[in-house]
Design a protein around this ligand. Sequence first.
Ligand SMILES: Cc1ncc(COP(=O)(O)O)c(C=O)c1O
Length: 185
Amino acid sequence: MKYDFKTVVNRRHTDSVKWNIQDNELPMSIADMDFKTAPEIILAMQEKLKLGAFGYEEAGEDYFNAVSSWYQLEHGANADPTWMIFVTGVVPAISSIIRRISHIGDNVLVQEPVYNIFYNSIENNGRHILSSDLSYHDGKYEINWQDLENKLANPLTTLMLFCNPHNPTGIVWSRSEVERIAALC
Ligand SMILES: Cc1ncc(COP(=O)(O)O)c(C=O)c1O
């Protein structure tokens, strides 16, 4: 299958949240892709449309197997489909995890500056935001390890939202950084 990363799709005046701006403006907000959706996905959607009747559906075995084989292919990781449940997005998953893992009044640790919606998921569930701010030196963001350790050691800090790759800094944390964070948690 050939993928087209050259064609510019004009999404102005299409109800796109990202492109809902004046004609002389460019959107510098949501990280929506402006490429066409992958042809395999468009084909599958066309098949559904052909049926012409839509109702409640659930993700089947092929859905979970696709996720599992992606992990295998991209990361050499064994993600067993029986471990998985369907969620409608990353943010609903984060909110559910916050409710499952922590208690009302607990601290949820983030590394500021970070994706703004993390704050809604924490506050809307009655938890406190505790940031171990990334420090900025010579054009580079870094973890303040002592500060992170202190804040994770607080008994009220029961969860950390670890963003990797980190939005908005763009950092892909190294293996040793991830292992060090895991150990501290
Ligand atoms: C770090 C991060 N998490 C989650 C999301 C949104 O994920 P979803 O739309 O699947 O809820 C974004 C979107 O930019 C993001 O940057």
